[in-house]
Design a protein around this ligand. Structure first.
Ligand SMILES: [Zn+2]
Length: 414
């Protein structure tokens, strides 16, 4: 049992004060809860918020943080990222993912939705660090049926291996410019058979959308709908270059769209996700950092800030509230992944972040949510599944991990 005493905490938009009692992996009482707990946190200078969800990332790409700068997407992929990715191995993915898990935990993220290679290596990192994740088996087929067949075998094998870990699973066809329609169809079949999510990049650049239309004579969303690709099990990163009808169809089919504002700005995708239209059409919008190669941070507090700023800059100051950035990073994501995380409520999972209120950059606190989104938050303690994983801003073993990772980075790039 853990008792968090005299803590301010957020329930929806409302700030309350009292105690939070955790038993096992659940919040069992809030308010004036008292107990002879094994562990008491005196939290009078702390505020508890639900842990954040990073809904689109490539965790092992911490390896490429700062490796390829000042390039547009296609050139960045073809000249720098893909050639380096040809040399990936299980060990480097494990260490790079583990570093990412620790970075995310230390910045208040309790769950990430990942798309990368060697998912079992990432799964090991997830289990060892105590974060939650949805891990996917990712593939390209480059419109070649032999490559597709080989990849389908690998994907089925990897999805089976992931069953040995405490993670949610997904299949991840990369995007329409790297995967054939046949490859997308097969993804739906596998997702239904295995009952897993689908993680995908959608309409990131104008080039992707224009070339698809030229090749197929119709828009991407229409083509995806024809093969029953659109459903609540689908998570579409970016979703930038979409018109109103396409957004309406995503809403109708219950698709989740993941806004990645920093990555979109950095890779200069040329447009902003149409959040107002997404909201109107009932699309469940979530938030993600994308990989550290295109961000270069996995800090969801930064991401909430850039999301709100970008939306306001483009659609007007009243178009987007700070709380919305917070909600799409917490309860909306929990709901999409069908887990009871993202709210501080009795019976919900104990996935909590305690922030230090006594910091110069957080004072005064007229509006906690505005401070959370726009000021610098200092994460003091992180609890995932009822276990304390970050304490006094420290993750146990982080120096050793950093040392091992640095050695492996040196080996990889020489
Ligand atoms: Zn991505």
């Amino acid at each position: 049992m853990i008792l968090i005493e005299n803590v301010k905490f957020l329930v929806g938009e409302n700030l309350k004060e009292g105690n939070i009692l955790i038993d096992g992996n659940k919040i069992v009482a809030i308010g004036d809860a008292k107990d002879k707990s094994d562990f008491v946190i005196d939290a009078k200078d702390l505020v508890a918020i639900p842990g954040l969800f990073n809904c689109h990332t490539h965790s092992a790409m911490t390896l490429f943080r700062g490796y390829a700068e000042d390039m547009p997407l296609q050139e960045w992929l073809e000249k720098k990222i893909w050639p380096a990715e040809m040399r990936l191995n299980e060990k480097v993915v494990y260490l790079a993912s583990k570093l990412a898990c620790v970075e995310m935990l230390k910045t208040g993220t309790v769950f990430f939705n990942d798309m990368y290679f060697f998912p079992s290596a990432t799964a090991r990192a997830v289990e060892e660090t105590g974060i939650r994740a949805c891990l996917s088996s990712a593939f390209f087929d480059f419109f070649n049926s032999e490559i597709l067949e080989a990849n389908m075998k690998r994907v089925e094998k990897e999805l089976k291996e992931l069953k040995n870990f405490e993670v949610l699973r997904a299949i991840a066809p990369h995007a329409v410019y790297t995967v054939s329609i046949e490859g997308l169809k097969r993804s739906v079949e596998i997702a239904e058979k295995e009952n897993v999510f689908i993680h995908f990049h959608l309409a990131e650049t104008e080039k992707e959308v224009v070339e698809f239309k030229k090749k197929h004579g119709k828009g991407i969303v229409k083509a995806l709908d024809e093969i029953d690709f659109l459903s609540p099990r689908l998570f579409c990163a970016h979703s930038v270059w979409l018109d109103k009808e396409e957004i309406a169809l995503l809403g109708k089919r219950g698709v989740n769209a993941i806004h990645c504002p920093t990555s979109n700005m950095k890779l200069s995708v040329g447009k902003v996700m149409n959040f107002p239209e997404m909201r109107k059409s009932g699309v469940n919008v979530l938030l993600g950092t994308d990989g550290a190669a295109s961000n270069n941070s996995l800090n969801m507090f930064n991401e909430m800030k850039f999301c709100a700023l970008l939306q306001k800059f483009y659609y007007g100051a009243e178009s987007f509230r700070a709380f919305e950035a917070f909600r799409i990073s917490t309860e909306n994501a929990g709901r999409a992944f069908r887990i009871n995380s993202g709210r501080i409520e009795e019976g919900w999972l104990a996935d909590l972040v305690l922030l230090d209120l006594k910091q110069v950059h957080f004072a005064p606190c007229h509006d906690l949510i505005a401070n959370l989104v726009y000021a610098n938050s200092t994460v003091d303690t992180v609890i995932v599944d009822g276990k304390i994983v970050v304490e006094n801003r420290y993750f146990e073993g982080e120096e050793k991990l950093l040392e091992e990772f640095s050695k492996e980075v040196e080996r990889f790039f020489t």
